[in-house]
Design a protein around this ligand. Sequence first.
Ligand code: HXC
Length: 514
Amino acid sequence: MHEEKLKQFYERRLTAEAGGGEDKIDSQHSKGKLTARERINLLLDPNSFNELDKFVTHRSDDPELKKFYGDGLITGFGTVNGRQVFVYVYDFTVLGGSLGEMAGKKVSKVMSLAMKVGCPVIGILDSGGARIQEGVSSLDSYGDIFLKNALASGVVPQITASIGPCAGGAVYSPAMTDFVIMVENVGQMFVTGPEVVKQVLSQDVSFDELGGAKTHATKSGVAHLIAKDEIDCMDKIKTLLSYIPQNNREEPALVTDNTDDFNRVDQKLVSILPENPYHPYDIKEVISKIVDDGVFFEIHELFAENIVVGFARMGGRSVGLIANQPLLLAGALDIHSSVKAARFIRFCDSFNIPIITLVDTPGYLPGADQEHNGIIRHGSKLLFAYCEATVPKITCIIGKAYGGAYIAMGSKNLGTDVNYAWPTAEIAVLGPEAAITIMHRKNLKNSPDAAEIKKNLAKEYRNKFANPYIAAERGTIDLVIDPMETRPMIINALNVLSSKKENRPWKKHGNINL
Ligand code: HXC
């Protein structure tokens, strides 16, 4: 009797684990993609996966819609490098990984559990979107998931990977999560596919051009990270997790087996900065010299490259770094860079990750294009994000910090805790050339030696205004520091700020200028 029941159970389990069947699995492999179960094995620690809802099936009364155990989605919990996570992994071999009523309930269930338990949720997407046969029930399921994404936001970290097509509703849920990773040549994200684009707009566009990994990493900013293959994708998820805590009430893990000397000074640091402030240099060289072991995990590497954001450790503590990149647009702030940095700051603040800002920017990018596309609206997000953040905030101005960009890049008055400047810092309302043109317009206009006079005035201006000492006299710069000591100075500040508590007036939520 028991034997028969067990036999049936084993059969059912095997059926569930076979997904859409051998043909579909072969087809999945022939597209260069792993199956959902293979992906889980790659992501989670060996034998750590505990599946939930394995025997769920759809409840549609469409007789032509075949039932599959699991309903095109594998969910459960397991560990990544020993840390508990919940996962939902779309199974493209079953009805194209499309999401119906019951599959949607599975996703919502693990998200609710993750919030109760307080651990990250990782979603792997490979899906045709809302299941057409289940109509409004599929749409309702997406609504449920979006609600869970919003409720979980800022409570537990949410990471999603696109490893296959993600159409319709399958893109908005990832977009509501903290980080989206796309696998090159495999991941595709689009609200409406190329066929619809052709029908509606008569435009020919390939899947990859429309919504491939490169497109979303460089143009739209939807993808925070791109991976060269599925192994790289899972590695990137693991690395990302290592910098972030389990939930909003925990701190990121402190790395105690650090071999990089906390007091390490670097005499060459200042020489990265060109003598001529108009010459470009790579801010990532500065970053790699001050962080532990030179390891920097960059986010949004190919999007809005005029600002650099990412994670690193300093003195074993996880930090979020934001730095202007003089290699592109001279490090000026524009729409995309403001939004990119603002979102990163808000993530760090949600999950107790201190924010380190390195400043070298000539200001907000001028021009009709920027104004018309909303630099005022988008640029204000950066201000808002810095003001809102209550985690430890440390800023170091190393070069130019002019006008609004000086204020925006973590200035003291936005609530930054410790503000340093190198002796090379230039803090002023305007850059020398712009300031002189305004202050001496009449004289310069009538002078035959305008160029020479301008040069001399610029020198004078730089000496008089464009330095860190006026700000240091007023205490908005706490200390002008020797560049070589940047690493120990920041680590010491991080240590003292580790017990920082900052309370703000009660509110439902702020109204950031979306
Ligand atoms: C039901 C679906 C499906 C869907 C795919 N399939 N998408 N079944 N509902 N949404 C099924 C296919 O019929 C096929 O079944 C199997 O999955 C594999 O699909 P193929 O087309 O053979 O695979 P491929 O050539 O790789 O193309 C994948 C694809 C394409 C690009 C995802 O299937 C596609 O364009 N699907 C529709 C995408 C879409 O428009 N979705 C609805 C979006 S609207 P068989 O039985 O033949 O193997 C939406 C609303 C929510 O999501 C909006 C919220 C804001």
